[in-house]
Design a protein around this ligand. Structure first.
Ligand code: CA
Length: 231
């Protein structure tokens, strides 16, 4: 699955330049042209990284970033701010608003792609595709083997896919419908309740020996694999 970048920019020539270079580097690209479109796209398309221009019509990039960080569903999505301003104060303001990185225009396509990759590697450890690691969980994708600490975790095929999806997006909350779409596929005719059954099995398999529960249930929102709230 190619990682998806959401470009939020109102200038068509820049959108074209960014899309061209990102697609060539192996990313899938989605585009939003203002704040409303951006917030909608972040929720619906679930991008792996958002490339967010500071100067946008109606709502500024920095305000979009703040709103994303306030919403539990979009909080974990990495953001790279894109701007013509190069002053230290702006950089600090951008990072204060919750941006993960910052690129000043003009930039080279090589620099842009390198920054996107770096942010992805931090947020999505699966990016190198050999195996996945999060907290004390290790998923060996080739051997199809999961361990937690020193213990083997036996998983059925659905629980394995479910865990893999969570490990690829740690800390992010997904609704039952989003999990159905991403883990079972859009064409599967399965009730959202089925997700709860498999989450329960996954929990039972993972939480051996009194280990803390790493799957967080978010009321009326869904589930996340999240170590941050484990004491
Ligand atoms: Ca702009």
């Amino acid at each position: 699955m190619r990682p998806q970048v959401l470009i939020v920019e109102d200038e068509p020539s820049l959108v074209e330049l960014l899309s061209y270079n990102l697609e060539r580097a192996g990313f899938a690209v989605a585009v939003a042209r203002d704040g409303d479109e951006a917030l909608l796209a972040v929720r619906e398309k679930r991008p792996d990284v958002v490339l967010l221009d500071w100067m946008l019509p109606y709502v500024s990039g920095i305000e979009i970033c703040r709103r994303m960080r306030r919403d539990s569903e979009t909080r974990g999505v990495p953001v790279i701010m894109l701007t013509a301003r190069g002053e230290e104060g702006d950089r600090v303001r951008g990072l204060d608003a919750g941006a993960d990185d910052y690129i000043t225009k003009p930039f080279s396509p090589g620099e842009l792609v390198a920054r996107v990759r770096a942010v992805l590697r931090r947020s999505r450890p699966s990016f190198d595709e050999e195996g996945l690691r999060y907290a004390d969980i290790i998923m060996d994708l080739a051997a199809r083997r999961v361990t937690r600490g020193d213990a083997m975790v036996p998983l059925g095929p659905t629980e394995f896919r479910l865990l893999r999806f969570f490990m690829e997006h740690p800390g992010r909350v997904f609704s039952r419908e989003q999990l159905l779409d991403n883990v079972w596929g859009r064409d599967a005719y399965i009730e959202p309740r089925t997700v709860d059954v498999h989450i329960r099995r996954l929990r039972k398999a993972m939480n051996v020996d009194e280990l803390p529960d790493l799957i967080r249930t978010v009321r009326s929102a869904g589930y996340a694999l999240d170590v941050s709230e484990v004491a």
